[in-house]
Unconditional design. Sequence first.
Length: 218
Amino acid sequence: MPEFDRRTVAGAAVLGAVVAASLLSSPATAIDAAERAAADPLLFGVLLLGLYLVRPFLAWPTTLVAIVAGYGYGVAVGVPVALAGAVLTSMPPFLGVRWMAGGEGFWGRLGDAGDRFFGSTGHVRGVTAARLLPIPADAVTCTAAASGVSLPAFAVGTVFGELPWTVAAVLLGSSAESIAARGLGEVGLPLVAACLVAAAVLLAGPAYQYFGRPGVPS
């Protein structure tokens, strides 16, 4: 079997496994364990690390784990811990897709589309803007990995783009009497609106340069 075929089959198998795991699993048990361990900072840290490591394989939202971090560590410690966790939890899908990308199949087409976007915006700006948009974090990760985005640029863009979502989630977790696996709750709509505006500001300049070039259809 050609190398590209093997990678395509491996990618399809991993994607199918993640979809199956997300449908069959629930974060409730892990969250309950983290809540019980909150009084022990070391044990809580180990459980939180485990949540960040397994999250991409179960397709859980990153904000959920950030809420857990806020519940156990509060705002001052929870925000930097959750930002570091956002970068850490994106590494397995980024490196996996980077290995599978290339050729003419799905990953190749995704990489071509990503190249056009990140080529216009710049890597850090593009990842930051994509992270600000209310779309699944792993979709951004896979697109960046399939494109030519470098690992350092991806990590920096992830920190910048995840910052408002992380701060909101940590604040929600730190003020909760118990961990609630319900997303960002009542702060969701204002936060989404603010992030959309920020993403639009970041993309306005590259969009103007791209569509304003001679020969580019408007």
